[in-house]
Every structure is written in C-alpha cells, then in structure tokens.
Design a binder for this molecule. Structure first.
Ligand SMILES: O=C(O)COP(=O)(O)O
Ligand SMILES: [Mg+2]
Length: 225
C-alpha cells in the first residue's frame, strides 16, 4: 500500500517522544525554586503542547501563584528554561515504532519535517540525544516564527519550503493544537492515541487516521483521499 502524502510533518512531544517525565522534572524544579509544591507527572502532562510559556503559566496558575507580570514572569521563565535544558536527556525517549516509521517513510521518498511548539533552542540537543540529527528535512519550533500551532503558519511554512500544497502533506500529532493547526491549514491530519491530549475527542477531529503506533501510518490505504 502506498502512503498517499508527499510529506509528513511530525509533532514532537507526545507524538515522537515521551518527554513528559523530563518536562515534569523541569517544571517541578522551577516550582520548588519559586517556593511552590511539586506536581505529579500526570498533572504536568496535561499542560504540555502549547509551548513553554503556557506550560509555565499553567503551572503557576495551578500552584495558586500570583502570576508574575513582565519581568517577574520572564525571570520565572528563565528559571524554567535552565531546568528544561538540564532535563533534555530524560526527555529523549522515543515511543515504540517511531524510528522504523520514520525510516520507512523516508525510504518511500516521503519528506519528513518536525513541527513542534517546543522552544527551538532545545530541538537540536534533543535530536542529538536521540541520534536523529539527519532525520528531518525541515524543523520549526514554537518560537521559530511569530506564530505557533494552533496557527496554520508553521505548517504552511514547511509545506511552502517543500514546494508542496497543504493537501499533499500530512500533519501527525497528539493534541488539539495539532488538529486545529491542520484544520486551519487545510492539511490532512493523523493523530496518535497515546499522547498528551486534554479534553479532546480523537475520533471527532476529522483525522485521516488515528493510530496507536506510527508504523500504522504505512499499514493500509486510506478510506478516501
Ligand atoms: O508545548 C510544547 O513545548 C511541546 O509541543 P509539541 O507537542 O508541539 O511538540
Ligand atoms: Mg504534542
């Protein structure tokens, strides 16, 4: 069976890697530094996917902190960034099947991109830790462009760079930000059922495919395309 798209754009956290343990560690170190209680990993997981600033806002909000404005927020963010960098080795955990799925797509001539809301400065070190330095032909992080997912722009930026229309690409993600960005870009969508979604019904997102393992993306022909 052939894969019906010319490019696949992958979300990172909750789709390719199970980074929640490392991210929870970074968030908790930040909360503790600021005098708040640490949270369990399941709580922090639900805050991931909309970029690191919203992650911090949710953590401070949950802690009942008076949300610092301006400089106060920036210094808390700098603290999170320091701990986040230290946590990268623990974030570098690929889900089962990811390596083979990327390899097989590549082998079929599908162009492969990374489209994440993770701060861009952490992407290269993380890809290095995973041994994926040469895996992605295009990479867009959460602060690479003025807009991030759920805006359509990061997806369209990658498609345009490939010289492809949105319809020729597939966005593969785990959460509402990926689904909304794909809808806004009129790009076909595939979802994984194991990620960090919150209050999001996978089956009503209009996905071409919902999979429990990325190798299933190549498993069968689509119902319609
Ligand atoms: O919000 C994040 O930092 C992670 O984002 P991602 O799920 O888009 O990779
Ligand atoms: Mg994600």
């Amino acid at each position: 069976m052939t894969f019906p798209y010319r490019a696949a754009l992958f979300d990172l956290d909750g789709t390719l890697i199970d980074s929640a343990g490392g991210i929870a560690e970074a968030v908790n170190r930040t909360l503790l530094d600021l005098g708040h209680a640490a949270q369990d990993e399941a709580t922090v997981r639900a805050w991931i996917g909309d970029g690191a600033r919203l992650l911090l806002r949710r953590a401070l909000d949950h802690a009942g902190a008076i949300l610092p404005d301006g400089d106060g927020f920036e210094s808390a963010y700098a603290l999170l960034m320091r701990h986040y960098g230290d946590s990268l080795p623990r974030q570098a955990v690929a889900y089962p099947g990811v390596e083979q799925a990327l390899e097989r797509l590549h082998g079929r001539g599908v162009r492969i991109a990374l489209c994440t809301n993770k701060p861009a400065r952490f992407i290269d070190p993380l890809l290095h830790a995973l041994g994926w330095e040469a895996r992605f032909e295009a990479i867009v992080g959460g602060d690479t462009l003025p807009e991030r997912k759920p805006d359509a722009r990061p997806l369209l930026h990658i498609a345009e760079g490939f010289g492809l229309s949105a319809r020729e690409c597939l966005m593969v993600g785990d959460s509402h930000t990926d689904a909304e960005a794909a809808r806004a870009a009129t790009m076909p969508l595939a979802l994984v059922d194991y990620g960090y979604r919150r209050d999001f019904d996978l089956d009503s997102a209009g996905a071409w495919r919902v999979v429990g393992d990325l190798r299933e993306l190549l498993a069968a022909a689509p119902a319609a395309c």
